[in-house]
Design a protein around this ligand. Sequence first.
Ligand SMILES: *Cc1c(COP(=O)(O)O)cnc(C)c1O
Length: 375
Amino acid sequence: MNQKGLSEKDVMSMLDKTRSKDTSYDKVLSAMCTRPHPIAVKAHMQFIESNLGDFGLFQGTKELEEKVITLMGGLLGDPNACGYITTGGTESNIQALRTARNLSKKKHPNVIVPSSAHFSFDKVADILGIEVRKAYLDSEFKVDLGSVESLIDDNTSAIVGIAGSTEFGQIDPINELAELAGSHDIFLHIDAAFGGFVIPFLDKKYDFDFSVSGVSSITSDPHKMGLSTIPAGGLLFKDVACLLPLEIDTPYLTIRKQHSLTGTRSGASVAATYAVMTHLGKEGYKKIVDKCMKMTRRLVDEVQEFGITPLIDPVMNIVALDVPDIDNVRKRLRSRGWFTSITRSPRAMRLVIMPHLTEEALSLFISDLKDCLRD
Ligand SMILES: *Cc1c(COP(=O)(O)O)cnc(C)c1O
């Protein structure tokens, strides 16, 4: 570290130079995050010093967090849901399954997840010492109910359903999973990290949230399609008793108990989430989701004209395209500035149509893809 401090001007110009090495979102079709809404950025800055790890000092921010949870609960089928704003889907999934594990009091706990589950569940397995069992998918990449049922045993602490899978954007049959979980008296967690701010605004209606009886907890990330700032994840429970296993005494703070995984935690992204949710309202989010879905539809229709088909008809703004010679095509697209990603099994080109993508960029991508197939 330098002995003498540099001037603000020198530091900022260094940062400007470095920041320009970061990718701008313009040609990114691989990310589930996007540019935050300007009002979220403003609110974030206004609450930049707020620490919800010691919320006795930040009663105002704490109030906002409770309001955000009520708003999110309202979107997810129960305005009386409880919970807190996490650092993201990973923390929410860890905490949900920690609750489930502790409530179930099994000697050798296991959880059953679809094999389409996000890699955060591999962290869950390691951190919580739970065996994570992966159920097969059906031909539409939804979890196979027979496979889930065959994996249930006396040590099963939880079943996980995904509402908006990371790779395919598919929604598992949540009603049927809830029936299965109910008949075995097992905790049911829904991972809607991506789908939580998409599915409520789709024209087609899906049962995926607390309106399904038997759903115990939901992960939904404001920092993805919620257009909030990072880090903003949401963890919601149907029943306040689910928070008890997470409670830890905090002897030297202004509060007595804490149930977050992290200690010190940002209140800024909580304020950002409150600001963008109240500013956009349901109509605002619906417009954004409509636009992403319209562009997703256009992408699929236009690539089909030159023989590229999606693995499933897109459910949300995520598509997996069956592209021949995929590695080389992706390389060629990369050399034209495009960031794409892949699905694991089967290998397909995974594209996420986020709000930062413009119609013009999409047209350019489609024509570049067509060229890159021939190169
Ligand atoms: C993105 C995602 C996660 C992980 O969320 P982070 O905010 O990156 O920790 C978990 N589950 C699903 C389904 C996701 O799409």
